[in-house]
Design a protein around this ligand. Structure first.
Ligand code: NAD
Length: 294
């Protein structure tokens, strides 16, 4: 049995389905051991219709927090006592903190994106951005970058149900963050895409295009001359770590290309801070991971 677990040990967990593959228990338990915190972290397979019961259990067991993955993020947001500004605009949560029985929902994916850029010396404040995609990851990035001071964000998505979702989010941002000019276009409009990228500082692939097993694909940008030396190109896809888009951008001379792996790490760092008030021991965890993957 895990030596640390005692009668006083507080519980945190990941909820969603499936969760068996998740690296979160390993990461959080390492950090709790490292900081000598009397917490333990588990993963529970919870379907969407079980979310209200899971949240009742969270209160009953006085759990300190939960990370929430698909398909439970929206249902969880609908059952919170309070939401962070980003979670409220997005309508989804991936982190819940239990403050003495009050469940507060956060969305740390966008924070993870912003912090990963900061880690690469890039501040989104004052920047013009183009985001490809309007799904979960892209929406979190759109909202957080608007909240963190990006001056304009143009969203391009294929003509699928996510396009209308982007228009809804843009309408909310217009009233919530009026200083950020958010526009939504169809990805088929390649002329407009070229013009918007020409004005942008940062291009983000927020779609799943390029993710394994389709790593031979990159998002539809027909005119590759959009890649200029002062354009920062980012991808949310973290498997593979370097996507075809990032390779194309690097080969075309873009100075900075940033993959999705750091975003994944930094969203966890943000959640850890919310749960514990402490900075996650990132370097120590990376070392532990490397030693245990041998
Ligand atoms: P989602 O299903 O919510 O959204 C998918 C998006 O891809 C939509 O905008 C859709 O219109 C677009 N899309 C689908 N097929 C397309 C095509 N052929 N061409 C152009 N666009 C297309 O998915 P999600 O949860 O947002 O995940 C998207 C990617 O982001 C995945 O690869 C996921 O692993 C990754 N992700 C990374 C992080 C991270 O921390 N790095 C976090 C969340 C998700």
């Amino acid at each position: 049995m895990e030596q640390r677990i005692k009668g006083t040990t507080g519980l945190l967990a990941l909820i969603g389905s499936p969760v068996g593959h998740s690296g979160s228990p390993d990461m959080y338990n390492f950090c709790f051991r490292y900081h000598n915190l009397d917490y333990s972290y588990m993963a529970f397979d919870i379907k969407e219709d079980q979310v209200p019961a899971a949240l009742d259990a969270m209160r009953l067991f006085k759990m300190r927090g939960c990370n929430v993955t698909m398909p439970c993020k929206t249902a969880a947001a609908q059952n919170m006592d309070e939401l962070s500004p980003a979670a409220r605009i997005i309508g989804a949560v991936n982190t819940i903190v239990n403050e003495n029985g009050k469940l507060i929902g956060h969305m740390t994916d966008g924070i993870g994106f912003v912090e990963n850029l900061r880690d690469h010396g890039v501040d989104v404040k004052g920047k013009k951005m183009v985001i490809l995609g309007a799904g979960g990851a892209a929406t979190a990035i759109l909202v957080q970058c608007a909240l963190d001071g990006a001056t304009s964000i143009s969203v391009f998505n294929p003509d699928d149900p996510f396009l209308n979702r982007a228009k809804d989010t843009a309408a909310k941002l217009k009233s919530e963050v009026p200083d950020c000019n958010v526009q939504v276009f169809c990805l088929d409009d390649q002329e407009n895409l070229k013009e918007e990228i020409a004005k942008a500082d940062i291009l983000v692939n927020g779609t799943l295009v390029g993710m394994k097993p389709h790593e031979d694909l990159s998002p539809p940008i027909t005119d590759k001359s959009v890649f200029r030396s002062d354009l920062i190109v980012c991808d949310v896809v973290y498997n593979p770590e370097e996507t075809k888009l990032l390779r194309e951008a690097k080969e075309a001379g873009c100075a900075e290309t940033i993959g999705g792996k750091g975003m994944l790490l930094w969203q966890g760092v943000a959640a850890y801070k919310l749960y514990t008030g402490l900075d996650m021991p990132v370097e120590e965890y990376k070392k532990y991971q490397a030693e245990n993957q041998k």
